[in-house]
Design a protein. Structure first.
Length: 318
C-alpha cells in the first residue's frame, strides 16, 4: 500500500518552537479554535497563534480558570465547553454558529491522560469519550463554520498510540481497565479520526492532520503520582525533568501549529506528524515510540471508527 506518510524535509525539528514555524506567516483575519487552549501546550499554541495575528477562541471546562490564564493575551475569547458532556458540546457549537463566523483552524488539543477508571455519559470509558468522542462531536457540529473557513483541523494525538490499537471487542474496557492502554486507544482514535475526516472533507477544501507533540511535562500528567513519574524516568526525586528528549512547552506546541498553518502542507492531509514533519510508518513489534503505527492510519479502520463514533454521539455532518 502506498502511503503519504513520508518525511518532507520541512527544515524544522524537535527543537523548533511554535514561533519558529510561524515566522513569516500572517494569520490576520483568521479565526482559530483551540480546545484546552489555556493550559500547557494549548496555552503556548494560543499565544503563538495570536502573535501571528489570529483571533483565538478557547473553549474550556472551567471558563473562569481559562480567563485568568489568558489574561493579557490580545485576541482571545473564552467560552464554556466540557468535552465529556455531549450536551455541552452541542451548546457551545450552537453559540458559535449563531455568530456566523468561519473557522480557519481548529486544534483538538484538550485531553486527559492515564486517568483512574472513570465512566461518563452512558457509561463510556472517560479517556476515549473525552479525547475522541467529544472532539468528534465538536468538529461535526461546527462543520458549517469549518467548511466556510476552508482551513485545517488538527487532532493532537501522541506516540502513546503505540500502546493500543482500537479494541473493537472491548472498546470500553469492560473486561478490565488499563489506564495506559485506554490512553493509547484514545490517541489511536485521534489519528484515525483525522484520516477519515480528511477523506470526507478535502473536496470541501478542508484538510485534517494528527500529530505527536513530543514529550513535555505539563498539567496533562496531573493524574500521575510523583512516584510514577520518577519510575518512568521523567523526573527525579526533587521533581526536576530527567528525560533528555523532553521538550519545552514552546517546542511541544510547534508541531500542532506547523500542521495548522504551514504552507509546506498545502494539498496534503490525513497524515500523522511529529517534530514538525510528516512521520514515517513503523513496523509492528516493540521499538522506540517514534513514527506512526500502520493500524492508526488504516483507511478501513478509520471509516469503521467514524461510523461507530457517529452512532455513539448521534452526530454526523457528512
Amino acid at each position: 500500500m502506498t502511503t503519504p506518510q513520508h518525511k518532507i524535509g520541512s527544515g524544522f525539528g524537535a527543537a523548533s518552537t511554535a514561533d519558529d514555524v510561524l515566522r513569516g506567516i500572517d494569520l490576520s483575519g483568521k479565526l482559530a479554535i483551540v480546545t484546552g487552549g489555556y493550559s500547557g501546550l494549548g496555552l503556548e499554541t494560543t499565544r503563538a497563534l495570536t502573535r501571528a495575528g489570529a483571533q483565538v477562541v478557547v473553549p474550556a471546562r472551567r471558563p473562569d480558570t481559562a480567563r485568568q490564564a489568558v489574561e493579557g493575551i490580545a485576541g482571545v475569547e473564552v467560552d464554556e465547553l466540557d468535552l465529556g458532556d455531549l450536551d455541552s458540546v452541542r451548546r457551545f457549537a450552537e453559540r458559535f454558529l449563531d455568530t456566523g463566523r468561519s473557522v480557519e483552524i481548529l486544534i483538538d488539543n484538550a485531553a486527559i491522560m492515564a486517568t483512574p477508571e472513570t465512566r461518563i455519559g452512558p457509561g463510556w470509558e472517560a479517556q476515549f469519550a473525552t479525547n475522541h468522542l467529544g472532539h468528534f462531536a465538536l468538529v461535526n457540529r461546527l462543520w458549517p463554520a469549518i467548511a466556510r473557513g476552508r482551513g485545517r483541523v488538527v487532532a493532537v494525538s501522541s506516540a502513546a498510540h503505540h500502546y493500543s490499537d482500537i479494541r473493537w471487542d472491548d472498546l470500553g474496557f469492560e473486561r478490565g481497565y488499563d489506564k495506559w492502554q485506554a490512553y493509547g486507544q484514545a490517541k489511536t482514535a485521534n489519528v484515525l479520526f483525522a484520516v477519515h475526516l480528511d477523506a470526507l472533507a478535502k473536496d470541501a477544501g478542508v484538510r485534517a492532520f494528527a500529530l505527536h507533540p513530543g514529550g513535555i511535562i505539563t498539567p496533562l500528567q496531573r493524574y500521575l503520582a510523583k512516584e510514577e513519574l520518577v519510575a518512568l524516568g521523567w523526573i527525579d526525586e526533587e521533581g526536576n525533568a530527567l528525560e533528555p528528549g523532553l521538550k519545552t512547552p514552546a517546542q511541544g506546541a510547534a508541531t500542532q501549529v506547523w500542521a495548522a498553518t504551514s504552507p509546506q502542507l498545502a494539498g496534503m492531509g490525513g497524515v500523522y506528524c511529529e517534530d514538525c514533519d510528516i512521520a514515517e510508518v513503523v513496523p509492528e513489534g516493540p521499538q522506540a515510540l517514534v513514527g506512526v503505527k500502520a493500524y492508526a492510519i488504516d483507511p478501513g479502520q478509520a471509516a469503521r471508527l467514524w461510523t461507530l463514533s457517529a452512532e455513539l454521539t448521534g452526530v454526523n455532518a457528512f
